[in-house]
Design a protein around this ligand. Sequence first.
Ligand SMILES: Cc1cc2nc3c(=O)[nH]c(=O)nc-3n(C[C@H](O)[C@H](O)[C@H](O)COP(=O)(O)OP(=O)(O)OC[C@H]3O[C@@H](n4cnc5c(N)ncnc54)[C@H](O)[C@@H]3O)c2cc1C
Length: 487
Amino acid sequence: MIKTWLSQTSMYRLMIYYLGALLLAGMALSMFGILPYVWWHIGFDFAILWLSCALTSWLCAKIFRTQRNPESELITALILALIVGPLDPLIYSNLLLLAGVGAISQASKYLLAINKKHIFNPAAVAVLLAALFLHQGASWWVGDRHLLWIMVIGGALILHKLRWFHLSLSFLIPYLAVLTAQQGWRLDYLAILSPLLFFSTVMLIEPLTSPTGRRKRILYGVCTALILAGLINYSSLPYTLELALIIANFAFWWTKIKQRIILKFINKEPGAKDIYKFWFEPLKKFSFRPGQFLQWTLPHSRADDRGTRRWFTIASSPTEEKVLLTTKFSDRSSTFKQALRELKPGAEIATSDPDGDFILPIDPTMKLVFIAGGIGITPYRSMIKYLLDTKQSRDIIIIYAAKTAEEFSFKELLAQATEIGLNTIYIQTEKTGFITPEMIKKEIPDWAQRTFYISGPEPMVEAYEKMLKETGIKDAGIRTDFFPGYE
Ligand SMILES: Cc1cc2nc3c(=O)[nH]c(=O)nc-3n(C[C@H](O)[C@H](O)[C@H](O)COP(=O)(O)OP(=O)(O)OC[C@H]3O[C@@H](n4cnc5c(N)ncnc54)[C@H](O)[C@@H]3O)c2cc1C
């Protein structure tokens, strides 16, 4: 049940629930005297921050002629409410300070930005500037051990949803290792861990300021940890956490500025059953590797719980001029998909940079099996078209499973791919059932020497990964790409 809920809740909503739970718990614990704050100060501080964030963002969006993102404003206001104060809002100077911090956070998104992408984490930059110029920085009151359990649960849900445990851990492990090496095992780990857990599961992982690609993200986590350790050891500054993040944001900014991708919608074509292909023209050609994905932002009115952003694989190949998005529509589509279906030719849509490690191996002699479940064929479509266009032969067996024959997409391309050694086995699950270890062993005699790729809806990927492990394939021989949101 949790998995289904997680899969259907947008990242923004999940973050709002996590931060909201921390704020409410902070108020409740203060009410019962467990935390030393006045409970309503916390609520009022948040209200002022939220109002200031919303007003500044609204104004900046008008000036810069762009769309505001109310969910992102709310997240920044919640973060600020959890790390600043709590302050008595009835004192005029506190009121001004809170309004100022909120305003700086939003203004920084527009002013400290290149190609309309902000460089610094907005909450971190706001508290740092407030410390430098208004002489009141962050207290990090949320880093209290009584709130640790919410951070463990909320942080785990966020990292699971993003599949970004590697980023949080690549920060936590080196930082705690340096601290332990310096001070020994007698450290009060609980006290140290609380603010670090908040930092690494909320602020460090902000997708817009963290690098794309798993390796770069690990490096980013390690560098942030080392910068923090350096600042604590070699400076007397009181605002080391936020400064470490700002320095790391700046240091890794080059990885984010390469391209700003705007795609112009050209047309849509019906594909297999319930599937549509959407063709776009990039305003500026951009580079990506076959199999990678983009995060697509489609602002639309009255967006449902799932929000205005989605990840979609680039189903076209880098050898093609146009960009292809292929997706499936259900009887009751999300508002995002409804807006996508109603796009008019010429409409522009912004995306993130390409991301993802679900790509072809560098070694062309590696024997592969591609398992696709329904719409999970999209990354393979990009890889296959690329191999065909660049005339590369590879030893790849494609197992393509869908409920019925009408649900198979890109059949012509798959037939053409036999020219370069790619053979497809179609499985109609309604007739033959799901892929089994026996089926794998029968159809692929050299299965033990192959690397398996699995792509499709999340529950299907999990089930096939389990099945492959039961067949005797080790973790290292399995690569997955999951599509959340589908049942
Ligand atoms: C790396 C990556 C790559 C991806 N690539 C692709 C791709 O190439 N193609 C692709 O199609 N998907 C891809 N996805 C998945 C995609 O991001 C969406 O999650 C998925 O398409 C579901 O879209 P949707 O949420 O708009 O729901 P829909 O497709 O509209 O609906 C899915 C199900 O949820 C129900 N539903 C819809 N809205 C709501 C709601 N508000 N509340 C409750 N139930 C609702 C529907 O009735 C239906 O049963 C990818 C995901 C990732 C992470």
